[in-house]
Structure formats: structure tokens, C-alpha cells
Design a binder for this molecule. Sequence first.
Ligand code: NAP
Ligand code: ZN
Ligand code: ZN
Length: 348
Amino acid sequence: MPASLGYAAHSAKAPLTPFTFERREPGPHDVQIEIQYCGVCHSDLHQVLDEWGGGIFPMVPGHEIVGKVVKVGAQVKGFKPGDLAGVGCMVDSCRSCASCSDGLEQYCEKGFVGTYNAKAKDGSITYGGYSNNIVVDEAFTLRISPKLSLAAVAPLLCAGITTWSPMRHWKVSRGQKVGVVGLGGLGHMAVKFAHSFGAHVVLFTTSPGKAEDAKRLGADEVVVSRNKDEMKKHARSFDFIIDTVSAPHDLNAMLNLVKRDGTMTLVGVPPADPSLKVGNLIFQRRQLGGSLIGGIQETQEMLDYCAEHGIVSDIEMIPIQKINEAYERMLKSDVKYRFVIDLATLKQ
Ligand code: NAP
Ligand code: ZN
Ligand code: ZN
């Protein structure tokens, strides 16, 4: 069985420290990947802090995984040793329910198997990408183009697909006015995609210092969401708003900016649920939705689109030894705009 080295939180809220464990021996349908880079998602932090409850410790986080295939099972058709490969938030699902049949494994009626902090079908606990290798069924393994910077591709596996999927579902398109709330990992990918789809993009931030970057990333306008006058100017004007904020905040203020029959979608998962004024939905026939990552096929389509259009994440590379510091900075919204761990530093 492949011996693995990673970083784990040994209990809720504990700092991450080195951890050795074993992966399963690759089965006939499995791909073994030597991990080169792994993005740091705010969901990793929520789970290490056990803010969503039910955390399984020791926990090796990480679901924005890219690396090189080193071994494949006898039945594997899509990968061979030496290929680049990626793994996102899921490593398995029931594969037969209505959602799985529709390629929407993230909504599997039996619950998908998370890349970490989850129980696999064989009862073993899954460990994520803050580690040197992973063994994954090829059905949940993504093809990665060598055209793009590999480290900057890693965040596409969660931040990318989580913002791509709702914008495709609600058909964000040229000429629409689209709001993105929060300029972190998800937010900066939402800005890039909305801009790429031809929308007029307005970024809402609590960090005025990010305004210039937001414009460079593709925002047409930047609004400091704590400035009520600036907010008022945009009342009832948006076709679509995507809210990526990781902490409790005022949803009603954002909802008021959606125009009649427009949609606001939540992708951020703050530890406490927000309050909602129902009148904000009823009076303008607004729709409030939510969206969870994206299916495997859709993730592949997004990766292929990014390779074709030269879209990657803006990253700050860190050695694994700096992960706890990166978490501290993430809590202060000091992210530009995704931390990515260079797993080569594990050996040092
Ligand atoms: P992140 O990089 O930490 O970015 C979050 C951003 O939210 C911050 O940079 C900040 O942007 C803004 N923010 C933070 N605190 C705020 C507050 N109190 N009020 C208003 N804005 C605030 O996080 P991320 O990795 O993008 O993840 C964002 C959220 O999405 C997390 O809750 C994560 O768990 C969730 N998520 C959901 C899915 C899904 O499938 N739905 C997938 C991945 C992640 P500004 O500085 O611009 O204000
Ligand atoms: Zn994530
Ligand atoms: Zn299913």
C-alpha cells in the first residue's frame, strides 16, 4: 500500500502538523497520483475548525489537487503514467441515482464521498491533498492540460468549478449585469468567468485595497459593500449575483440589488445561517438559490475551457510548513487570491 506523508489537524482547531498514513493499493479502476500542488480552500479551514460539525480527525484537508499519474489499474482507460491529473472535492458517489445519472454527482442522493473528512464505501476515512500522493477512481479523476501553469490550475478544481457551475446553470451571458460578492478564492474566479462570458461585472468587497486587483481580474466596477451610498446606486439592477462570502453578513442588502426576476446564488457557507426578509424576494419576484461545486463532466468542461482561454487562478505559493499562517491570513480576508501548497516542500 502506498505510504503517504501529509499535514493533518489532529483535533478540531488544532494547528496542522506532519502526519503519516497509508492509501489503498490502486485497484483495477484506480489512478495513483503524485501530488505536486494543492490549493487552500476556505472550506478546508471551516472543516479544520469543525465549524460545520461532524469533523473526522486526524484530518488531512485539500481538494484542489494536481499532479502526475505514477500508476494505473489494469482497467484504467483514460490515464497512463506520466499524465497530468487533477482531483477536486469528490472521490466517489453512488453512480446510479437520478443526480449521478445526470452527471451531477455533487447532488448524489446517497451523498457523495468527499476527498477528505469523509467515509469511503469500504468504510475507510478519506484523506485529502495536503499530502504527497492520492489513489482515486479514474471516474473521479480530471484531465489537466499541460498548456497552463500547473500550480495555478489547482484552484480550478474547487474555486473554479464552484463559480463556473452556477453561472452556467443560470446562463450568465453577454450584456448581463453580474455581481460577485467577496474577492477571495471563489470570488476572483467568479470575476474571471463572468468577464469571460461577456457580462458587466461588479465586484462587492469589504477590502477597498483589493479594488485595483479586481479590475485587473476583469471587474468593470468595484463597490465597497459597507458604503451604503455606493450600494444604493445599484438598487434593483442586477441580473445575477453570486455570493462567495465565508462569514456571516447581510444578505438582504445584497438581495435588494437584484432586479425584478433576477437571481442571487449563494456559494459561500458561513458557519451560521443568515436571516432573510421574505419581502425582498416577493416584491420583485426575485429568486434566491444555492449551488454546490459541480459534476465531474462539467468540471472537465470547465478545465478544457480554461485551457482554451488561458484562464487560471492568481495564486500565492506557500511551502506546506506555512499552512497555519495561511489560515490566519485567510481569516483576515488577506488572500491574493488563492494559496497553493507546493508539495515538493514536504520532503524538506
Ligand atoms: P476566501 O478565499 O477566504 O474568500 C472569502 C472572501 O469573503 C474574503 O476574501 C472576503 O472578501 C469576503 N469576506 C470575508 N469575511 C467577510 C465578512 N465578514 N463580510 C463580508 N465579506 C467577507 O474563501 P473561499 O475559499 O473563496 O470560500 C468562500 C466560501 O465558499 C467559504 O464559506 C467556503 O466554504 C465556501 N465554498 C463553497 C463551495 C460550494 O460548493 N458551495 C465550494 C467551495 C467553497 P473581500 O475582502 O473582498 O470582502
Ligand atoms: Zn473548496
Ligand atoms: Zn448518486
